[in-house]
Ligand binder design. Structure first.
Ligand code: NI
Length: 175
């Protein structure tokens, strides 16, 4: 198993649209294992393959406190949704950035499992929000793109400043 590198916003590759997985191969099993390990290592509750620069429709989610209830969705599709939920969201591709996003409160998802069988699951609350956030990644969409232009430009400024600080601290370390 391995910890994969997570793409950081505004990396253009986060806007690629993922392709459906045609067959559950050993490579897909390995990808899921590595994605789960990467998500746990980064203390996240969800990760989409897009975020590790693999543009296939695979997401992993674990919203349990004990980190032992891994949900794997391959080729996930939301087949029904209802209600409104607003959660303060964050993303492993934008560490330190959190904001409220409006989404459906309840979703029914159809996906393949690692055995290549279709299953349907109904999710609500945090799990429903997380599924919608991760499926968005597969469509090339990052949650901050739901925010107002003003908020988005503030986030850009914050990220640029952070990049500058990282660079300058490297320079001073080099003496
Ligand atoms: Ni995310």
């Amino acid at each position: 198993m391995a910890i994969l590198k997570i793409l950081q916003y505004p990396d253009e590759r986060l806007h690629k649209i993922a392709k459906a997985v045609p067959e559950i191969t050993q490579d897909i099993h390995l990808l899921v294992k590595n994605m789960a390990e990467t998500m746990y290592h980064a203390s996240g509750i969800g990760l989409a393959a897009t975020q590790v620069d693999v543009h296939q429709r695979v997401i992993v989610i674990d919203i349990s406190d004990t980190y032992d209830q891994l949900n794997v969705f391959i080729n996930p599709e939301i087949i029904a949704k209802t209600g409104d939920a607003e959660f303060r969201e964050g993303c492993l591709s934008l560490p330190g950035i959190f904001d409220k996003v409006k989404r459906a409160e309840l979703v029914i998802v159809r996906a393949l499992n690692l055995q290549g069988e279709y299953f349907e699951t109904q999710a609500e609350g945090l799990l429903a929000v997380c599924i919608q956030h991760e499926i968005d990644h597969l469509e090339g969409k990052v949650f901050v793109e739901y925010l107002s232009r003003l908020k988005q430009s503030r986030i850009q400024t914050k990220l640029k400043k952070r990049q500058y600080l990282t660079k300058s601290s490297v320079l001073s370390m080099n003496g």
